[in-house]
Design a protein around this ligand. Structure first.
Ligand SMILES: *Cc1c(COP(=O)(O)O)cnc(C)c1O
Length: 563
């Protein structure tokens, strides 16, 4: 039964349901949407991740906007099925026993893709080892390395224990699972009856592995000091193969994956270019991310698409026919989704937003490079636009990583602006951004705002969710938006396409451009030329919804990387 699976997908995070806090942001959402698309298109895949029993975290914001984290108590048994098979890994000389929990994603035609959640919380493990699959991105370097041993090495051993023998491709979604390569090398070496790893084994492993790099931000790339690696993994002899494992005295998970993969890609065309500059010795392609269309389309638009484009659930390319949906139907569906969001916002925050006012949305991890506060660069200008050009309101959400003080300060700054601008415009910051809130926001606002510092937004996906709901983007030209943006047709840009690196970019110029677009383009079109605005909505669906989805994405992985 487990014989026919050919691709194994490894990811440190996996977003499948709002109730399962096993993801932190875009990487996990992409992983979940990839699995959903694989199931729809009958790609013979299995996936492996960690169970994260205490979750990423539950975000509370106090009255000043300061973030407090609570661990998420979720009942694993309510979502996942325990399996009897066991595997183990060695950490610091101790054996860590692992079990796995199964979740089955079922595609639109009934095809299942199993996802296995590894769990070290077993009575036969030491107290500390039991916590190794508790916190996503929690703890220190040492904790993280132990988790990566479990994901990469433990993950492959678990697949073998479950009877998966015929997997020919291993896809590493970011470098967290790179140690998978080491386990594959060991398997090859054993198979050849050899004592040590040679070129032959390395070539055999390279033929099997695919690596997707997700970020040009150095903090996103794991590196571990070699003394730590020696302590946790032993195997000093292995890391002395400098051309595969390390550079100087660090084990760099990105290089390990690059060295052991035959196909490597970035997650948007521009990100591919940037990655080729960062890793010049490697051949790096690009496959632009997508989102799972049915998952991210609101109820009102699902009904509309079912009526006018039956078949869109099986084949997302049919979304291009959105051009023929009557414009007033699109607006009606949008207003239903917008009302649901505005009601939620008013209930949660008592801010008193009005459904007829132009509403901007911004939700993403509160990392400083995303510049959530760019809108507040020039308060006087902002006030004058709101009072003279036309009213608008803004809805924010997003979590800062628990150890990211500057991300937390960023949320607090937005809270301060929200208070000080109270008389001029309505602003809300919603707590605990997750899949469900993400869907409500990307479908319920009028315009989706994105202001990253180029080229740090490798792809970005929330704007793709918005496009599926007829919500155009107003965004800096970075990541996917370089490909998705047609001025005045699918949305609007902030600033120029600056190919320069982040440091040379002037934020105040981007802010000025943002103000100009709001004042001179979006507000006038929204209030005075509604048909033109709806035209942009329809083109967002037809041109961007039909392309920036995981159906198209997984087909590219199949053609370019898997088979
Ligand atoms: C889509 C999504 C993200 C990623 O959005 P970006 O635009 O890539 O920042 C992060 N978190 C949640 C909850 C999401 O739904």
């Amino acid at each position: 039964m487990n014989e026919e699976r050919e691709v194994a997908y490894f990811s440190m995070e996996m977003a499948l349901e709002s109730g399962m806090p096993t993801y932190s942001g875009g990487l996990g959402v992409l992983a979940g949407d990839t699995i959903r698309a694989a199931a729809d298109l009958r790609v013979p895949m299995v996936a492996v991740t960690l169970v994260h029993r205490k979750g990423y975290f539950y975000q509370r914001l106090d009255a000043s906007g300061w973030q407090r984290e609570e661990s998420v108590e979720w009942v694993v048994e309510d979502f996942l099925k325990e399996l009897p098979e066991r595997a183990s890994v060695t950490v610091e000389g101790r054996t860590v026993h692992l079990r796995s929990w199964k979740y089955e994603v079922t595609g639109v035609g009934g095809f299942p893709v199993p996802v296995y959640f590894l769990d070290a919380d077993l009575p036969e493990n030491s107290e500390w080892d039991r916590t190794l699959t508790h916190f996503l991105y929690g703890g220190d370097r040492h904790y993280r390395l132990c988790q990566e041993v479990i994901l990469g090495i433990g993950g492959l051993r678990m697949l073998r224990a479950l009877g998966y023998e015929s997997i020919g491709r291993f896809h590493m979604n970011e470098g967290h699972s790179s140690l998978l390569g080491l386990e594959l090398l060991d398997e090859e070496t054993r198979k050849a009856g050899g004592k040590s790893i040679t070129r032959v084994e390395i070539e055999a492993v390279r033929r099997k592995c695919i690596f997707t790099t997700h970020t040009p931000v150095p903090a996103g790339q794991d590196q571990f000091p070699l003394d730590l690696v020696n302590r946790v993994l032993g195997r000093r002899e292995v890391y002395e193969m400098k051309d595969v494992f390390c550079c100087e005295d660090l084990l760099n998970m990105t290089y390990l994956a690059l060295n052991l993969s035959h196909y490597v890609n970035g997650v948007a065309e521009r990100h591919g270019e940037v990655s080729r500059l960062m890793f010049a010795r490697y051949n790096i392609d690009a496959i632009t991310n997508g989102v799972h269309a049915v998952t991210w389309t609101s109820g009102p638009f699902q009904e509309l698409y079912d009526r006018y484009m039956p078949g869109w659930r099986q084949d997302n390319f049919s979304l291009r026919y959105a051009l023929s949906i009557p414009r007033q139907e699109v607006w009606k569906a949008h207003m239903r989704a917008k009302k649901a969001l505005i009601q939620y916002v008013n209930r949660e925050t008592n801010v008193g937003m009005d459904v007829d006012v132009l509403t901007l949305g911004f939700a993403r991890r509160a990392a400083t490079y995303k510049r959530a506060d760019l809108l507040f660069t020039d308060i006087e200008r902002l006030k004058s636009i709101s009072m003279k050009a036309g009213a608008f309101q803004v809805i924010y959400a997003g979590k800062a990583h628990p150890q990211d003080e500057s991300g937390k300060e960023l949320i607090k700054r937005i809270f301060e602006r929200k208070e000080s601008l109270k008389k001029v415009m309505k602003i809300a910051y919603l707590e605990n951004y997750d899949l469900e809130l993400g869907k409500m926001m990307t479908s319920g606002v009028d315009v989706w705002l994105n202001t990253p510092q180029p080229p740090l937004e490798a792809s970005g996906t929330s704007g793709m969710k918005a496009a599926l709901n007829g919500v155009p983007s107003l965004s800096v030209l970075d990541g996917w938006w370089i490909e998705g943006h047609i001025a005045g047709v699918t949305g609007w840009s902030i600033g120029e396409d600056g190919r320069g690196m982040a440091e040379s970019r002037d934020s105040s110029q981007d802010a000025t451009s943002l103000y100009d677009k709001l004042e001179q383009v979006m507000i006038p079109i929204f209030y005075q030329d509604r048909n033109r605005f709806i035209d942009v909505m329809v083109h967002s669906i037809a041109l961007n919804g039909s392309f920036f989805n995981t159906h198209r994405m997984i087909q590219q992985y199949v053609l370019k990387a898997y088979f």
